[in-house]
Design a protein around this ligand. Structure first.
Ligand code: HEC
Ligand code: HEC
Ligand code: HEC
Ligand code: HEC
Ligand code: HEC
Ligand code: HEC
Ligand code: HEC
Ligand code: HEC
Ligand code: HEC
Length: 568
């Protein structure tokens, strides 16, 4: 054991040295690739962080799986590197307590041994079988790359081959034919040692959901060939971090990882769709946001374009409720039955919100259901059912040049092409108002929509407050003009503080309001509950009605009618 350990370390690989400097390293229990590297998981160790901690300095690095040793030089002039601490196994971080002020560090580790995907076939035939059909496995051999001169241009190879620039990595098509194209080891790290000895836990390849695994290649930062800034855009999006509030909620109980993590945590979501219970599997790794591998299947091109795990458009109602994720069996049924549901709708749905809920307003994620018009309490069923932006086939939705612009539903507006002629799509997920011009004449519709809707919102709110002010139930009266609210008041009550307590704006006579508790909720008439539900659907959707303009307006109209028809 000792000997083989030394042998692995002996493939010594020096590293850039860094000053001791507080470098932010996310305090994660599972270590993810911290810095995007062209080529994917680096074959040689790369220092990714040096962070001052209470008892010394924490050094983190990326590199292949295996044993590493950290070395220290006390100062620039020092003649020797001295080893610090013990060799690490799989953990690619070490805390160093024996410090001097200007220490330098380097890390030595396993020599990368690349194999090529043929060598994985024996044991991972299924994965390899489908992965071979992905564009990655033609990244070097495809005609476009050859025509662009990439095959003989060294500046192109790191992202189009396996391990270029590292020992045993790609050299040339004649010398290393098995390492052309992007393959398994770009995303999992060099794996020849694992293939030779699959039972050896010290060389087990990495499975990392971090976007950095993809981001070093899917980046515009290399200038040799014009690449879309996919990683940069994603990094700027809300999908790039788990909402801090929700992180806290998930850290409080494993059950919260199940009920919130299935949409808020990428790793919990994947555990769920792979048939495991996220609450049990992922107590340590729920800090992964909506990364590339959550939307894209790295191993296969399936029925959907761009290796997406789900299609981009669908018209069936769908909601992910805590009851259908509570047990594996019921989730599997829900998911299997609805894999044909729009990728975005997998998370951006109403979570089963109903007008009869009393604890809180519908969740902020209800976009899909509003787009379709499948959530909301209506006075009557409108005909034709308004949903012009859902992409339902309607001649009105064809532009003059006959293109069906909303074919991709959410992605049509939120992921428009980077440029008019580009085949790459914006990954910030922010909607483009330019897209509207494909079907509408000018930007005035947007202004008029928000003007009309905000008038309607004010009208419903005023009528709800008025109803609450004059209604005659004495228990509800203790809640004052927000007697119509949910127990946890939503964003439409005045100055809700973080505890959900709202204060009247009268300076002379401050009055504290809270929504009615459960006893009070039972006294709120159904029509008031329906009205507040509709009102909050429009508010929490976050599109100011754009997702379904005519329907949004109709719901607010319905809401007001519900209030006005309610006896005091
Ligand atoms: C001789 C059989 C064999 C070969 C060849 C082999 N593997 Fe594996 N691989 C395994 C086994 C067995 C496991 C499961 C090990 C475990 O979970 O302890 C595994 C696990 C993995 C994992 C998942 C680790 C995890 O944490 O879930 C990855 C990734 C992987 N192999 C990649 C590769 C790649 C890439 C190659 C080719 C370069 C390869 N393997 C070749 C047998 C093999
Ligand atoms: C080593 C560099 C590298 C890494 C790492 C990498 N990619 Fe790629 N990817 C490429 C290249 C190069 C292409 C273009 C292949 C082609 O079309 O010839 C590509 C193509 C794709 C495509 C196909 C696009 C299309 O037009 O159909 C998808 C999807 C994709 N990558 C997603 C990912 C995801 C998700 C990850 C991380 C899990 C990832 N990639 C990691 C280099 C990489
Ligand atoms: C930093 C990594 C990186 C480098 C370096 C790089 N590429 Fe790429 N290349 C990619 C990625 C990622 C894609 C896929 C982009 C996508 O589909 O969004 C790609 C796609 C391509 C495509 C389109 C493939 C197809 O099938 O249509 C061509 C052609 C190409 N690259 C040529 C080159 C050439 C030539 C060079 C060197 C001058 C180069 N690349 C350097 C990452 C890289
Ligand atoms: C573009 C990056 C990428 C490539 C290429 C890739 N993988 Fe993976 N692999 C991932 C990611 C991300 C996961 C975790 C997400 C998932 O399971 O879908 C994963 C999961 C795995 C797992 C563990 C879970 C499972 O699905 O069994 C194994 C084993 C594995 N990959 C083997 C391989 C082999 C073998 C190849 C080559 C034939 C390969 N991978 C190619 C990114 C990649
Ligand atoms: C069905 C998927 C889903 C589930 C389950 C879910 N959420 Fe969300 N949540 C979302 C989506 C999608 C958004 C983003 C919507 C937006 O910003 O407009 C969101 C937004 C939020 C926000 C607002 C974030 C912000 O940036 O303002 C909070 C807070 C939140 N969720 C908390 C939770 C908590 C706590 C749970 C568990 C009890 C939970 N969510 C369960 C999908 C979900
Ligand atoms: C795995 C679940 C999941 C999937 C799939 C998903 N989202 Fe999200 N999305 C979220 C969560 C959770 C948030 C909230 C993040 C936060 O606020 O911290 C969010 C935030 C957003 C936001 C920003 C909202 C804001 O408050 O600014 C937009 C826009 C968005 N998503 C659009 C999309 C689109 C378009 C798709 C499909 C291409 C999609 N999402 C797919 C979970 C998901
Ligand atoms: C007709 C174009 C269009 C379509 C289709 C569309 N959106 Fe939107 N979306 C918008 C606009 C415009 C906004 C308002 C953004 C702003 O100005 O803040 C928006 C807002 C959002 C927000 C809230 C952003 C925030 O800042 O709170 C989320 C989340 C979102 N959309 C997700 C989706 C999802 C998921 C789908 C598909 C079910 C979808 N959208 C379909 C145009 C569209
Ligand atoms: C929330 C889901 C989501 C996430 C997260 C996501 N993508 Fe995508 N991606 C999509 C969708 C949807 C499309 C297709 C858009 C369209 O055709 O309108 C796409 C398209 C692509 C394509 C094809 C070329 C293009 O730009 O259309 C590549 C390559 C790609 N994504 C790579 C990535 C990488 C790399 C990451 C992480 C940095 C990532 N994606 C994160 C949903 C996602
Ligand atoms: C694919 C074409 C298409 C796109 C793109 C599109 N719309 Fe629409 N929009 C329609 C159709 C069709 C109607 C229904 C018109 C009707 O019935 O009078 C409509 C209705 C509307 C309405 C309400 C009725 C009206 O005419 O005033 C508003 C407001 C609106 N859209 C705003 C937007 C905004 C904002 C965007 C961009 C974020 C957008 N639309 C993008 C096709 C589109």
């Amino acid at each position: 054991m000792k000997l083989s350990f030394i042998k692995k370390i002996a493939g010594l690989l020096a590293l850039a040295c860094l000053w001791v400097w507080p470098w932010p390293v996310a305090a994660q229990q599972v270590q993810h690739l911290a810095v995007a590297q062209p080529g994917g998981i680096p074959g040689l160790p790369v220092l990714t962080g040096i962070e001052v901690v209470s008892n010394g300095v924490n050094v983190t690095w990326a590199g292949p799986s295996g044993y590493y040793q950290v070395w220290q030089k006390q100062n620039l002039a020092a003649a020797r590197w001295t080893s610090v601490g013990k060799g690490t196994n799989l953990a690619r971080n070490a805390t160093i307590t024996s410090l001097t002020n200007n220490a330098f560090f380097r890390v030595s580790g396993p020599s990368p041994n690349y194999l090529g995907s043929q060598g994985c076939a024996e044991c991972h035939a299924n994965i390899r079988g489908t992965a071979l059909n992905t564009p990655h496995f033609g990244a070097f051999t495809n005609a476009a790359f050859a025509v662009a001169g990439g095959q003989t241009n060294v500046s192109c190879l790191v992202c189009h081959t396996v391990g270029f620039g590292a020992p045993t990595g790609f050299v040339s098509p004649s010398k290393t034919p098995l390492l052309a194209n992007v393959q398994c080891e770009n995303c999992h790290g060099p794996a020849a040692n694992h293939a030779a000895n699959p039972g050896d836990p010290t060389v087990i390849p990495q499975v990392d959901l971090a976007a950095t695994v993809c981001g070093g290649c899917h980046s515009a930062s290399q200038t040799s060939y014009p690449n879309p800034p996919t990683f940069e855009e994603w990094s700027a999006s809300e999908h790039a971090a788990v909402t801090p509030d929700v992180l806290q909620v998930m850290s409080a109980s494993t059950n919260n990882i199940r009920t919130c993590g299935v949409c808020h945590s990428g790793s919990a979501r994947l555990a769920m769709i792979n048939g495991s219970d996220p609450a049990i599997v992922l107590t340590k790794d729920y800090n992964v946001p909506q990364t590339c591998a959550i939307c894209h299947d790295p191993h296969q091109t399936n029925a959907y374009p761009f290796q997406l795990r789900n299609p981009m458009a669908s018209f069936d109602n769908f909601e992910l409720t805590s009851s259908n994720v509570a047990t594996e069996a019921s989730f599997t049924n829900t998911y299997k039955a609805s894999v044909n549901i729009n990728l975005c709708a997998q998370c951006h749905n109403d979570r089963g919100a109903a007008w009869s809920d009393t604890a809180r307003a519908p969740h902020y994620s209800l976009q899909y259901n509003l787009l379709l018009g499948s959530v909301g309490e209506q006075l009557y069923l409108p005909s034709p059912f308004p949903g012009p932006h859902s992409g339902l086939p309607s001649t009105a939705i064809y532009s003059t040049n006959g293109v069906f612009y909303l074919t991709n539903q959410c992605a049509s507006c939120h992921m428009p092409p980077e440029t008019a002629s580009s085949s790459a799509h914006n990954h910030t997920f922010s909607p483009s108002y330019n897209v509207c011009l494909n079907c509408h004449d000018g930007p005035s519709y947007q202004a008029s929509l928000s003007y009309n809707l905000s008038n309607q919102v004010c009208q419903v709110l005023t009528d709800l407050n008025r109803w609450a002010g004059v209604q005659t139930n004495s228990l509800l009266a203790t809640n004052g003009i927000v007697a119509w609210e949910y127990s946890t008041p939503g964003g439409l009550t005045w100055q809700a503080n973080p505890a959900g307590v709202v204060t009247n704006w009268s300076l002379n006579n401050p009055v504290t309001f809270t929504g009615p508790g459960s006893a009070g909720q039972q006294l709120i008439p159904d029509n008031i509950k329906k009205a507040r539900f509709d009102l909050y659907l429009i508010l929490n959707d976050g599109s100011f009605g754009v997702h379904n303009p005519l329907y949004a307006s109709f719901l607010l109209q319905s809401a007001d009618a519900f209030v006005l028809s309610t006896p005091k």
